[in-house]
Design a protein around this ligand. Structure first.
Ligand SMILES: Nc1ncnc2c1ncn2[C@@H]1O[C@H](COP(=O)(O)OP(=O)(O)O)[C@@H](O)[C@H]1O
Ligand SMILES: [Mg+2]
Length: 359
């Protein structure tokens, strides 16, 4: 993957006419060439608006859109080397599959032999050769999705924008299409800007993820960074599962800091320039916790048993801290902790697995 800026949003804000609120608040993004970049965030956080600004269907209220070093902020969609695949596919219902895919090239007055060759190549790419004469209404959701992708890719865009393209598919097909899309992207070498509100989809498919919340970027990073090192409470909570504790810095000792959590117990973390009395959040994933009879000083908390849920691969145990706060623990079904007749039970962790966030 060559790494250079391909699409840039510089200080982009958006306010729709008549509204007071900014839908996008000073967005700064750099998307690299050949990258599979995913915008992830809850419904209404501004993902579609960002895509529409990149595509040129919407003008930003402030800021600039740069594509390949050219400022395209005021340019129309057809003047940008960008194509969009919409969630509802937007196939032309009165045209068969061949004509749907050929449409863009016909508009550009490409010779019919060349169109024919390219349409067939696209159909082969999305494994839909037998469907060439069907109408869109005769296809399943997943098949329509493939045609929508073929129709966008035939125009040879440098950037493909995909707005929740798998949202309408059932889970199994969705998983299959995730892998196919990812392979297709690598094969074609096109930059993909993919939008989803599904965190698992984002983790599986992306080179990098942008986590958005209410019109601002919460974090940009690789799937690993986003999952293992969430930088805000929102990210820790939105991506995967996290137990979140509130804490206050009690004491600093060189490279360590002692925090006091709301049960009154103390927890040791690595000191990264914290200040005494500073308020912090601690996040820890359920699979990074274990249950044990033995206390691990400053790296464990006393818990009481609440509930167990067997999920096949894992055993989920819900315990409570002395404050009453619930903590989720995920262990393998084989070596999960047995609570029978145990009175002193602790959740324990490795210091590396504790994520500390400023509040
Ligand atoms: N054309 C529009 N006019 C007014 N408000 C809009 C328009 N389009 C989107 N919005 C608002 O902007 C916010 C972000 O919407 P959107 O970008 O569609 O979010 P997402 O795709 O993340 O679900 C929402 O509050 C939505 O109601
Ligand atoms: Mg949307």
């Amino acid at each position: 993957m060559t790494v250079n800026a391909f699409v840039q949003l510089v200080n982009v804000s958006k306010r729709f006419e008549g509204d007071k609120k900014l839908v996008l608040d000073n967005l700064n993004l750099t998307i690299n060439q050949g990258e599979f970049l995913t915008m992830l965030g809850p419904s209404g956080c501004g993902k579609t608006t960002t895509l529409r600004i990149i595509a040129g269907f919407e003008r930003p209220t402030n800021g600039d859109v740069i594509i390949q070093d050219e400022n395209v902020t005021l340019k129309d969609p057809n003047e940008r080397c960008v194509n969009t695949v919409f969630q509802n596919y937007a196939l032309f219902p009165h045209m068969n599959i061949y004509d749907n895919i050929a449409f863009g090239l016909r508009m550009k007055k490409v010779k019919s032999e060349e169109i024919d060759e390219k349409v067939k190549k696209m159909l082969k790419m999305v494994k839909m050769e037998e469907y060439i004469n069907r109408m869109p209404s005769e296809l399943s959701g997943g098949q329509k999705q493939r045609i929508a992708i073929a129709r966008a890719v035939i125009n040879n865009p440098k950037v493909l924008l995909l707005d929740e393209p798998l949202g309408a598919l059932d889970l199994k097909l969705r998983k299959q299409m995730q892998f196919e899309l990812k392979h297709l992207q690598k094969e074609l070498g096109i930059t993909f800007i993919f939008v989803t509100h599904d965190q698992e989809e984002a983790l599986t498919m992306s080179d990098r993820i942008i986590v958005m919340n209410e019109g601002v970027v919460e974090q940009i990073g690789t799937p690993y960074e986003i999952y293992e090192k969430p930088s805000t409470k929102f990210v820790a909570d939105f991506i995967g599962e996290a137990n979140i504790l509130e804490a206050i810095v009690k004491e600093l000792k060189d490279d360590q800091a002692v925090l006091s959590i709301n049960t009154g117990e103390d927890v040791l973390i690595e000191n990264k320039n914290y200040e005494v009395n500073e308020k912090l959040f601690l996040a820890i994933r359920p699979e990074k916790l274990s249950l044990s009879n033995s206390e691990n000083k400053l790296m464990s908390l006393k818990v009481a048993y609440k509930e167990k849920v067997y999920t096949g691969v894992t055993q989920r145990t819900i315990v409570t801290l002395e404050s009453g706060q619930e903590i989720q623990v995920l262990e393998s079904t084989e070596d999960n902790f047995d609570f029978d007749n145990e009175t002193n039970v602790y959740v324990t962790w490795k210091q590396d697995n504790l994520v500390v966030m400023k509040s």
